[in-house]
Design a binder for this molecule. Structure first.
Ligand code: ARG
Length: 397
């Protein structure tokens, strides 16, 4: 790594990235600048700063990215009903392009020639950060110490101890957290047949121990963006924080699934994402009420492609902008409110209203006053079924 002089490292304050600092400084004689981006993870940011300087970094940056994370990353994901493989609300994936963008900005400010991150060579996060970085500035080199060094876990801990880096007791799990959710990997979770131990969960109550009384929440949307909670207008960051607490106490948002990573590995992933699951459920429901049947059939195709691009690190691809343009156009009408019942791990939509609702009581009702002329259905059915009837009759001959 002779060609790197100054590197901007995405620093969490944890074991891996702390070892990265020392590894870069000691082994490679590189000047290190660290950055931590507040995307709503619970963190003692002061302690992270102190640790960075104690490891000898030249400068440490702390950036509040919460509002930007909501506006430019979480909001588009809600509009796209983004659930990778039907399950994962992309909480970790969404933060990566934001982190990469900040690394590139600071690299410019600091006149650094490289950025660094603590991703392993087995996951999706390396793909996301590498591609976003290079897409924004192809001149920057990317250093991923964990991917490059030949330290196994015991050797890493040994190295950390030797350099006075505190090794915390809970490092059996690899955890990524931000305001949109928490991802937990490693340890016993690598055995997909085993139920996750209760102690890995921090945001959610065990659904079997959640209150016996359900709790109702109403989410207001404006053009696809959540803007109110229980009829109270609220900033998105605040709304998500509140919803995590309310959903969490009812055990809402626990996810356990087998995920196909981009690098070809199947992995067992555990997430807890109360606010994400509530918002996604509510948003998808509201769309059904305001979009036409044709849009409701077609948009999931776009949504799925959007989700796949974001999961696989292609946030910066022009196709994502194209899909955003389509999605945003549909969201003009996604205004209204959705009421959900939270109960023992479930978020159940129980009502919705919208000024743009296409639901027409007079057409839908089974009461006598209905304006729908049932007699017209007879001829309609004959034409609708014509190709099917012709083909089936032919086959039977
Ligand atoms: N599997 C998820 C993804 O690829 C989460 C990864 C989160 N990282 C972690 N260290 N737990 O987006």
């Amino acid at each position: 790594m002779k060609d790197v002089e100054k590197v901007v490292l995405a620093y969490s304050g944890g074991l891996d990235t702390s070892v990265c600092v020392k590894w870069l400084e000691e082994k490679n004689n590189v000047t290190v600048v660290t950055v931590i981006i507040d995307v709503g993870q619970p963190k003692d940011f002061k302690a992270v700063e102190e640790r960075a300087y104690s490891l000898g970094v030249e400068k440490h940056y702390q950036i509040d990215g919460k509002q930007e994370f909501f506006d430019s990353y979480i909001t588009p994901a809600i509009k796209a009903n983004a659930l990778y493989q039907g399950k994962y609300p992309l909480d970790a994936a969404l933060s990566r392009p934001l982190i990469a963008t900040k690394l590139v900005e600071i690299a410019k400010e600091e006149d650094a020639d490289a950025v660094a991150h603590g991703c392993t060579g087995k996951g999706n996060d390396q793909v996301r950060i590498d591609i976003c970085t290079t897409a924004l500035n192809p001149k920057l080199k990317i250093v991923a110490p964990v991917r490059e060094w030949d330290l196994d876990r015991p050797a890493e801990i040994e190295y950390a101890k030797k350099h006075g880096i505190p090794v915390d007791a809970h490092s059996v799990y690899s955890i990524d957290e931000n305001m949109f959710g928490r991802s937990i990997e490693c340890g016993i979770l690598e055995y997909p047949e085993e139920e996750p131990p209760e102690d890995i969960f921090k945001l959610t109550t065990d659904p079997t121990k959640a209150p016996d009384e359900p709790e109702y929440v109403t989410i207001g949307f404006e053009k696809g963006v959540p803007v109110s909670l229980n009829d109270q207008k609220m900033n998105g960051v605040e709304l998500i924080r509140k919803l995590n607490v309310i959903g969490g106490r009812h055990g809402v948002g626990r996810i356990d699934h087998i995920e196909d990573r981009l690098v070809g590995i199947k992995s067992r992933e555990i997430y807890e994402c109360p606010s994400a699951m509530i918002l996604l459920e509510a948003h998808a429901d509201l769309e059904k009420m305001v979009l036409t049947r044709h849009e409701n059939y077609f948009k999931p195709i776009i949504d799925q492609k959007w989700t796949e691009l974001v999961y696989t690190g292609l946030w910066m691809d022009p196709l994502k902008d194209d899909l955003d343009a389509f999605i945003n156009n549909t969201q003009d009408r996604v205004t209204g409110a959705v009421k959900l019942k939270l109960y023992k791990g479930n978020q159940i939509v129980v009502g919705r209203t919208s000024p743009n609702s296409l639901y027409d009581y007079d057409l839908a009702t089974y009461e006598e006053i209905s304006t729908f002329d049932q007699k017209k259905s007879v001829n309609f059915i004959q034409l609708w079924g014509l190709p099917t009837v012709v083909a089936r009759n032919k086959k039977m001959k």
